[in-house]
Design a protein around this ligand. Structure first.
Ligand code: ADP
Ligand code: 5GP
Length: 188
């Protein structure tokens, strides 16, 4: 009870982790988002320092060499990494940290912070629905969607290593489930 301060959300692309992360951030003021570094290009609605720290490949490499990352991964040709400083700054503010990372990154965070991290997997109700949601979101080309769907099988298998799994069917139910997990594990 109330013994965790890192909540890690992960899912196949389009599974709904950003939607659930936004809900948590809106409703729990003591929760702060860990802004990751990435080498991918900024999307139109994204802001520097809010969604990501957008850096060049050379800058990312430099941060790897300086051991600044708690974990990092390559994801479809782009690098993504969680900064140790980001985690420490949020903890020093007395807040809990919310992560939106890929499945491998989530498991790395669990290895790095075994007592503090709670891993929550957001699963789509089916692959067909996942595809439909990715299409509706309209942020990827069909080719990119196909690649993400291929990866989803591996991600679903890795979900067994998570602490909790939410089947994200009816959004309202998913919000209730994440509320329950948050209230059982975090001082929010
Ligand atoms: P992720 O961050 O995991 O890639 P998103 O949160 O962006 O996924 O969700 C993918 C799309 O599906 C978005 O357009 C979102 O609005 C929609 N979505 C998320 N959860 C649900 C749900 N339970 N029912 C219907 N649509 C959903
Ligand atoms: P997107 O490009 O759609 O924003 O993110 C692609 C994937 O990278 C998502 O699964 C997202 O959760 C993941 N991601 C974002 N930041 C990090 C990070 O710091 N580390 C890892 N391992 N994955 C991340």
């Amino acid at each position: 009870m109330y013994n965790k301060n890192l909540i890690v959300l992960s899912s196949p692309s389009g599974g709904g982790k950003s939607t659930i992360a936004k809900y948590l951030l809106k409703n729990y003021p003591h929760l702060k988002f860990s802004v990751s570094c990435t080498t991918r290009i900024q999307r139109p609605k994204e802001s520097e320092g809010l969604d990501y720290y957008f850096v060049s490949k050379a800058e990312f490499e430099n941060k790897i060499n300086k051991n600044e990352f708690a974990e990092y991964e390559e994801f479809f040709g782009n690098m993504y990494g969680t900064l140790k400083s980001e985690i420490n700054n949020i903890i020093n503010e007395g807040k809990c940290v919310l992560f939106d990372v890929d499945v491998k990154g989530a498991l790395s965070l669990k290895m790095a912070y075994p007592d503090d991290a709670l891993l929550v997997f957001i699963a789509p109700p089916s692959k067909e629905i996942l595809e439909q949601r990715l299409k509706n979101r309209g942020t990827e080309t069909q080719e990119q969607i196909d690649k993400r769907l291929e990866r989803a099988d591996l991600e679903m298998k890795m979900s067994k290593q998570f602490d909790s799994i939410i089947i994200n069917d009816i959004l309202e139910n998913s919000f209730n489930e994440i509320d329950k997990i948050a209230n059982e594990n975090f001082v929010l």
